[in-house]
Write a protein that binds this ligand. Structure first.
Ligand SMILES: Nc1ncnc2c1ncn2[C@@H]1O[C@H](COP(=O)(O)OP(=O)(O)OP(=O)(O)O)[C@@H](O)[C@H]1O
Ligand SMILES: [Mg+2]
Length: 358
C-alpha cells in the first residue's frame, strides 16, 4: 500500500488534520473552499516536496502562521515503513526521512511515487515543453536510480558551456562539447527507452478511456536527429555564441502525443484532453508498479468535473484495475456513487479545513 498516515499542520485553511487512509480508495468531499485541494496538496507535498498549485510555498502556509508541516508514513510492500516530513517556514524547506534531515529534495521526490490529475493538468499537453520534460523525467527518475547522477552531470556541463558562451570564446565553448554531448546523449537514451516502455501502458489506458488505439507518443531529442549530439553542438557553436546559450539538446527535448498522426492537443476536446492526460499519468503509475513492484498513489482533484457519466465510469474502472491507492475529491458524496464498490475504501468529509472520517 502507500500512505498509512498523514499529519497536516497549517496548510492553507487546514490548521491541523490527521488522516489514516484506506489502502485503495479514499473519497474526499466537501463544499467549495472547504479544503479538499489543500488536503491533496499536503499528500502531494509528502510525495514530491513541492506543491502542484504554486511554485511559491509561502502561499501554502496558513494565513498568519509561521510555517507548515506535513508528515506521512509510507509503506512499500515488504520494506520497512518510512516517514517523510516536509516543513517550510517562508525561507527554508526542510525535508526529513525518518526524522533525519536530507539535503537533496530529490531523495524525497522519488521516495513515494505519486501522480496527480487536477483541473489544470491538461496543460501537460497544452503548454510549453518544460512541463512534459518534467513529466517524463519524473518517470525516468523513479524507474532508474542511476538516472539522477547522469542528469546532474548533464546539467553541470550545460551550465559550464553556457558560461563559456558568455565569454564569447569559441575555443572555450568547444572544450565543453564532448562532455555535454556524452551526458546529453545518455539523458535522451534514458528518456526514449522510458517512453518506449511506457507506450503499451499508455495505449491500453487510451483504449479503455477514449476507445481508440490510433494514438502514439514520441520523444524528441532536442537536436537535429540526423546528427549525433556532438555533431549538432559543433555545428551550432557559432549560432549559440550569438545567442549566448546552448540552443540544442535534451533541455529542448519534447514529448508529443499524436492522435491519427496529428498533434492530439490541436484536435481533441477538453474532456478528451483530460482523459489523455489521465491515461498518461495512469500509465506511469501502472508501469512503475509492474516493473518495480513499487506501489504508487494516484490523486485526482475534481476529477469528475468536465467528464460525462460514461467517461466517469470508465475512469473508475481503470482506477479499480490499477490496484493503487487512490484519493479522489468532489463537492458532493454522490459523485462517488458510480465509483468502485470495493469494501476497501474510506470516506472523508472536509468542512472549513476540518477533516472527519465517516
Ligand atoms: N494560505 C492560506 N491560508 C489560509 N487559507 C487559505 C490559504 N490559501 C487558500 N486558502 C483558503 O483555503 C480554503 C480551501 O481551499 P481549497 O482550494 O483547498 O478548497 P477546495 O475544497 O478544494 O474548494 P473547491 O471545491 O472550490 O476546489 C479556501 O477558502 C481558500 O481561500
Ligand atoms: Mg479544490
Amino acid at each position: 500500500m502507500g500512505l498509512l498516515k498523514l499529519d497536516v499542520f497549517n496548510v492553507r485553511n487546514i490548521e491541523y488534520a490527521r488522516l489514516e487512509p484506506a489502502p485503495r480508495f479514499n473519497f474526499i468531499y466537501g463544499l467549495n473552499g472547504s479544503g479538499k485541494s489543500a488536503l491533496l496538496e499536503s499528500i502531494f507535498l509528502v510525495g514530491r516536496a513541492r506543491s502542484f498549485r504554486t511554485a511559491n510555498l509561502s502561499k501554502v502556509i496558513r494565513f498568519n502562521a509561521n510555517e507548515f508541516v506535513v508528515s506521512g508514513d509510507i509503506c512499500q510492500g515488504g520494506k520497512k515503513n518510512t516517514t517523510i516530513g516536509i516543513q517550510y517556514n517562508h525561507q527554508q524547506l526542510i525535508t526529513r526521512l525518518d526524522q533525519q534531515t536530507v539535503k537533496s529534495k530529490a531523495t524525497i521526490a522519488y521516495g513515494f511515487p505519486l501522480q496527480i490529475i487536477h483541473p489544470k493538468s491538461y496543460r501537460i499537453l497544452d503548454a510549453g515543453p518544460q512541463i512534459r520534460r518534467e513529466f517524463i523525467d519524473w518517470g525516468v527518475f523513479n524507474l532508474s536510480a542511476d538516472f539522477l547522477p547522469i542528469w546532474r552531470r548533464f546539467k553541470t556541463a550545460l551550465t559550464q558551456r553556457n558560461a563559456a558562451l558568455k565569454t564569447r570564446l569559441l575555443n572555450q565553448v568547444r572544450v565543453w562539447n564532448p562532455e555535454l554531448a556524452y551526458y546529453g546523449t545518455i539523458v535522451h537514451e534514458y528518456r526514449s527507452n522510458y517512453v518506449y516502455q511506457l507506450k503499451p501502458f499508455f495505449l491500453l489506458a487510451c483504449e479503455q478511456l477514449l476507445g481508440t488505439t490510433e494514438i502514439d507518443i514520441k520523444i524528441n531529442s532536442g537536436w537535429d536527429s540526423v546528427l549525433t549530439y556532438e555533431q549538432a553542438l559543433h555545428k551550432s557553436a557559432e549560432k549559440d555564441l550569438r545567442y549566448g546559450f546552448t540552443g540544442q539538446g535534451p533541455h529542448r527535448g519534447d514529448l508529443s502525443v499524436l492522435i491519427k498522426k496529428k498533434q492530439a492537443k490541436d484536435y481533441v476536446s477538453r474532456g478528451q484532453l483530460k482523459l489523455l492526460v489521465l491515461a498518461l499519468s495512469m500509465a506511469q503509475i501502472t508501469m512503475l508498479q509492474k516493473s518495480k513492484q513499487q506501489l504508487g498513489c494516484f490523486l485526482a482533484d475534481d476529477l469528475t468535473a468536465e467528464l460525462d457519466n460514461n467517461s466517469k465510469e470508465k475512469v473508475f474502472q481503470c482506477l479499480d484495475e490499477m490496484k493503487v491507492q487512490v484519493f479522489l475529491t468532489a463537492t458532493d458524496k454522490d459523485s462517488f456513487v458510480k465509483g468502485p464498490t470495493v469494501g476497501d475504501h474510506k470516506m472523508f468529509h472536509v468542512e472549513h479545513g476540518v477533516v472527519t472520517e465517516e
